[in-house]
Design a protein around this ligand. Structure first.
Ligand code: ZN
Length: 280
């Protein structure tokens, strides 16, 4: 999965440290990220690449995290893509780029970029928010309100019935990929209750014998995914929630298309079922 970057080590330990010229920075413009493309790979800029034309970039940078001994910062100024070789490309590339550790860095940075960008002002009293020196937190000096990065819990459910797996396709998205049942935990709910509710809402089925599989940080949607296998309980007739889903279908193992193990929990769970690598 995208977060599995071993032998590289991702560290989210927060430090308020000043950037050095060799440190890398991530710069976003909406849903695009500044990169240099070389040999079909994405490369992120270091401050030294821009120090001549943008001497203040390094002083205004926000520390994000480290991967091995590489520090990543958030920095932005208008016109960075006018420098030769640098361009803004879609963050969708993080899902297809072959060097996953770099994609993971870009995706987590993008989540933090959204969080910082959405918290310039206190949501309680409206005064400007300030950066904590000690942790990844923003606070309001006026009323004491604190804000931490937004992470929403969400479930992924692989509903199975003997040798069949329930696969779906989303309505109104630019992708034709098969998906599993998925949805956000709502107020007052356990993850298990979310599983039962989402399966019933999206395909009108009942499930039993829930088995937690793995979790995955999914920075693209500020979510933390919890993957469950769940056995069909009773009638297998699918009643599709058509606003959300374009397709819901039972597929036999041999008809399930192979999925990439390197990106999403959904893909891994489908592949584990298809290859009988998970005992249910
Ligand atoms: Zn406030």
């Amino acid at each position: 999965m995208i977060q599995d970057i071993y032998p590289r080590i991702f560290s989210n330990k927060y430090e308020k440290k000043k950037a050095k010229p060799k440190d890398l920075f991530l710069s976003y413009n909406g849903d695009t990220v500044l990169v240099r493309e070389d040999k079909d790979k994405l490369w992120y800029p270091s401050f030294s690449d821009f120090e001549k034309d943008y001497p203040n970039l390094i002083n205004n940078a926000q520390f994000l995290f480290t991967i091995d001994d590489i520090n990543y910062y958030l920095a932005n100024e208008n016109g960075l893509d006018s420098a030769e070789g640098w361009t803004y490309v879609s963050t969708g590339r993080f899902r297809t780029e072959i060097k996953y550790w770099r994609s993971f860095a870009g995706a987590v940075g993008w989540q933090l970029n959204r969080w910082y960008g959405n918290h310039h002002y206190c949501s309680k009293c409206g005064k400007p928010m300030r950066l904590s020196e000690k942790e990844r937190m923003l606070y309001c000096e006026s009323c004491g309100f604190q804000a931490y990065p937004t992470i929403s819990p969400c479930v992924i459910v692989a509903v199975h019935n003997g040798d069949k797996l329930l696969l779906t396709k989303y309505a109104g998205r630019g992708t034709n990929r098969y998906a599993l049942i998925a949805g956000f935990a709502e107020i007052g709910e356990s993850l298990e209750q979310t599983v039962h509710r989402e399966v019933e809402e999206e395909v009108g089925l009942k499930v039993k014998n829930l088995r937690f599989y793995k979790s995955q940080p999914w920075p693209f949607t500020d979510t933390l995914l919890a993957g469950f296998y769940a056995e069909l309980d009773g009638d297998d007739t699918i009643t599709l929630e058509e606003e959300e889903l374009a397709l819901g279908v039972w597929l036999n193992r041999e008809d399930i298309p192979p999925a990439d193990l390197n990106i999403s929990l959904t893909g891994e769970m489908m592949e584990m079922f298809r290859t009988k690598a998970v005992e249910l």
